[in-house]
Design a protein around this ligand. Structure first.
Ligand code: GLU
Length: 408
């Protein structure tokens, strides 16, 4: 069974409707595990942070022009590019005449709403100068967690790219309330990269990459050229956000870690470096390269681990903990110690160790909470007698189960 880090949550890749399926990463021969391989990148997601589209806290058309020119070069070489652009709130702050970034949800939403128009108009104007068309896609966490909406978003991205258009994605900040948000565009960018099955995610910011400590405070801080594995220690050492955007290094590193587990390479690099995109793709040692994990998680399990919102919890007894964590088994009714929440069959649930409450993973339940309540502790053969029916022997089948990396 695949082990994943419990800190990360990501995205499912569902079968496309009416489109040629992208190559499956699990079978893909494209191994972007070294910078030198990046020459082979065909499908690229670039995220541009708020600090890059603004200079002195004002939108800078010069910056947009520079990125538009770089994107046009890549498109000209036949690369497919999707852009994730922040800056709506920052643009709104400027447009509405506020002096600082708002802290209340209402004001942030108002700024995002006013600023998104300005942001897109800057992109449209500057891309047009390079004969590129763009399109706006605003997404929420719910859109990506919902199968139908997810498929629609994916198909729209694919259709646009096929027509040579650059999709520009941002979170729909105006409708997303704080608790239900993706929250930052580093995370959104990684979700889009997974959703679209990109070869590479380039996360551009105003720092040269990931440092050993905060370079704004520590003169000894050294740039890390390559990260083999994102673990808790690395996440703890990643700093917090700057004054303009939402994400700091933490969300950037977490996003890269999620994609590594999905089998995708990522880069964090300075968007102000001249021709940064072209140079990164040529394999130049700029920024921080996050190599994909050797063990590539299938798209469905990745979605299950990171994208879903668990509706309840199943607590396991000691035997089931061992069977699931160590032996990669399915969860049987006999291993259920307790059930919490009111979920339905087909809902995603969290699995915990009944003895210490430790989160073990997530899975798709074959039975509802009420039904599991009735069959917990029983043998599979006794399900029918307890419920009057039995459509599966397992409470959660191992194919629909993700166990988190227990070393954290
Ligand atoms: N969606 C926000 C905006 O456009 C940016 C979020 C972020 O900074 O990551 O302003």
């Amino acid at each position: 069974m695949e082990q994943v880090n419990g800190l990360f949550r990501a995205w499912r890749l569902l079968p496309p409707v009416g489109h040629r399926p992208p190559p499956d990463k699990d079978e893909s021969s494209k191994n972007m595990d070294k910078r030198s391989e990046l020459k082979k990148v065909r499908r690229l997601v670039v995220k541009i942070g708020s600090s890059l589209v603004c200079a002195q806290e004002r939108l800078s058309l010069g910056r947009f022009r520079s990125f538009a020119g770089q994107l046009a070069k890549l498109r000209g070489r036949g690369l497919e590019v999707v852009l994730v652009s922040s800056g709506a709130v920052a643009a709104g702050v400027q447009k509405l005449g506020l002096t600082t970034r708002p802290t209340t949800v209402r004001l942030k939403q108002a700024c995002a709403s006013a600023g998104q128009v300005t942001l897109m108009s800057a992109w449209e104007k500057t891309l047009e100068a390079f004969h590129l068309k763009c399109a706006q896609i605003l997404l929420t966490a719910d859109d990506l967690a919902d199968r139908r909406r997810f498929l629609n978003a994916r198909n729209t991205i694919m259709s646009l790219v096929e027509m040579g258009v650059v999709p520009i994605i941002n979170e729909n900040d105006t409708v997303a309330v704080e608790e239900l948000k993706v929250g930052d565009n580093d995370t959104l960018g990684s979700m889009v990269a997974s959703l679209w099955d990109a070869d590479l995610f380039i996360n551009l910011t105003d720092l040269d990459g990931l440092y050993s400590s905060d370079p704004r405070k520590d003169a000894e801080a050294a740039l890390i050229a390559e990260v083999e594995r994102v673990d808790q220690k690395l996440l703890d050492s990643a700093g917090s956000g700057g004054p303009l955007g939402t994400g700091g290094m933490f969300t950037k590193v977490r996003a890269a870690g999620r994609l590594a587990e999905r089998g995708m390479a990522s880069l964090i690099a300075n968007g102000l470096t001249r021709d940064v995109l072209e140079r990164l793709l040529a394999g130049e040692p700029l920024g921080t390269f996050f190599a994909p994990s050797k063990k590539r998680r299938r798209a469905k399990k990745h979605w299950l681990a990171f994208a879903t919102r668990p509706k309840g919890t199943i607590r396991l007894d000691a035997g089931a903990v061992k069977a699931l964590v160590e032996r990669g088994k399915s969860l049987l009714p006999s291993g259920v110690a307790a059930v919490e929440g009111l979920f339905q069959a087909g809902d995603v649930v969290t699995l915990t160790d009944g003895q210490n409450g430790r989160e073990l993973g997530v899975g798709l339940a074959n039975y509802s909470a009420l039904e599991i309540q009735k069959i917990k502790g029983l043998k599979s053969a006794e399900i029918e007698a307890a419920l009057g029916f039995s459509h599966s022997e397992e409470v959660i089948h191992r194919d629909n189960l993700v166990i988190f990396d227990q070393d954290g």
